[in-house]
Design a protein around this ligand. Sequence first.
Ligand SMILES: Nc1ncnc2c1ncn2[C@@H]1O[C@H](COP(=O)(O)OP(=O)(O)OP(=O)(O)O)[C@@H](O)[C@H]1O
Ligand SMILES: [Mg+2]
Length: 269
Amino acid sequence: MAAPLLELKDVCKSFGATDVLTGISVQVNPGEVLCLLGDNGAGKSTLIKILSGVHQPTSGTIQAGGEPVAFRSPRDASARGIATVHQFGGTFPLMSIGRSFFVGAEPTKWRGPFRRFDRKYAGGIAVKEMQSLGITRVTDGDRLVGGLSGGERQALAIARAVYFGAKLLILDEPTAALGVKEAAHVLRIIMQARQKGIAVVLVTHHVTHAMTVGDHFAVLIRGALAADFRKGERSREEITDLMAGGEAMAELEAEIEAFTTTEAKAGQL
Ligand SMILES: Nc1ncnc2c1ncn2[C@@H]1O[C@H](COP(=O)(O)OP(=O)(O)OP(=O)(O)O)[C@@H](O)[C@H]1O
Ligand SMILES: [Mg+2]
């Protein structure tokens, strides 16, 4: 079997005296959606920042295609085809759709001192790529990103990543602020990316969203990998419980234990 696209081995991350991640080992494979689940503060965004070069692990290793790599900056990760849409921000509200699509890779027209950003070309491509993802209501690349809906903005960010040849698309809660229809749209786009052989890491709090698109699931509880399983191996209830930090399960276990001890005592009488 081919080496995973990206593999973390025993990764730990501390900020000063705070251990945020401990002993995380996960694999990301082409054409697969890995859902990263867990309660608020479990360490999901921190893990994503390690995958995308924003943070460096305190210990542990990262391998890409079987070779050890060190991402010193988001640029290093993006050179490896890793595109990340972070939880907060990521798009530029006061920029046009076309400009924001090509930010950092602006197409130009004319030469020498006349060189200009090719607004028309950029807007045309951006609109075309968004339309190919089913966002048909956006037809003008000069519109400001701030005027797009949440789902349209997500689509813009995903379209951009796919256009620039991302091999791994990382999405931190892309459906969190979306209505049902818009969320369904983003999920559909995720499935399209997966069909193209792109690997996706998806952070979400929605069990339904995770179960709809996920091939592989990793659950973080207080910075540790509490469960790692594939589609169909766990029920919805088990996943929901794990996402809530396993507390409901612990309560249930305590109740059962209390019950069995009283039963045992009753038996002794
Ligand atoms: N730069 C930092 N310095 C200190 N602590 C941090 C830093 N970044 C994150 N943390 C802490 O690490 C823990 C995990 O944060 P993280 O953002 O990864 O959680 P999360 O799983 O993404 O949560 P949410 O679901 O709310 O987005 C939190 O307790 C947070 O306060
Ligand atoms: Mg987060």
